[in-house]
Design a protein around this ligand. Sequence first.
Ligand code: 13P
Length: 251
Amino acid sequence: MARKPIIVGNWKMNKLRSEAEEFMNGVEAHLTGEEKADYGIAAPYTCVDTCVKNAKHLIVAAENCNEKDSGAYTGEVSVPMLEELGITYCIIGHSERRTYYNETNEACALKAKRLLDSNIIPILCIGETEAQYDAGETENVIKTQLNGSLAGLTGEEVARLVIAYEPIWAIGTGKSADEKTAQDCCKLVRDTVCAMYDEATAEAVRVQYGGSVKPTNIKEYMACPDIDGALIGGASLKVDSFLEIIDATKE
Ligand code: 13P
């Protein structure tokens, strides 16, 4: 069965609620729900409710969650709390969280499991640093991150995931991975899932590329056989550029 492409904007720590509402209405006005791909945004916790209320066709994702349901974890937000708001996807393991907040592969595995138990689809981010890329360690990093972050998940669960390959050197740098590198790494993600599970799981899992994706380069990535969409930072913040991305990928 063909995989449905999925394109998600990651707003990171940007947008007030009023700005989120304006964005949702601006983009929704151009969607019919008949598009061939899934489109959505990942919003800061404070905007999630606003986004869900204004969403008609767009997916609304959270940018993080805690793996525990409740308790003495000051400042954290649990999956039941997000579930109550009506989100359907949640980013986990973003490189910014891995770097600044020590989010580990073990934490990703627990978060993924907890999200899936609530029928929320994890968007698991992985990717190597520039130093690792230069040292030829990309393959090793991808395999290690997948082995750790998928630990304890069944093939049926992994088949529902979105995995975003985001080389850290391409994030926010304007230095996007060339088409071949992006395709090769997304194929490596799929091959690793195949080795860990089976062919059917690998064929089902959706793999995104992320890192300086723009209206001008999205088409090249989408044409690659193992790339099923994109996770987009900077170019997802403005209605116009997000609409250009949608237009470039609609057919
Ligand atoms: P940019 O598109 O701004 O490079 O960010 C990518 C990213 O981190 C998406 O999660």
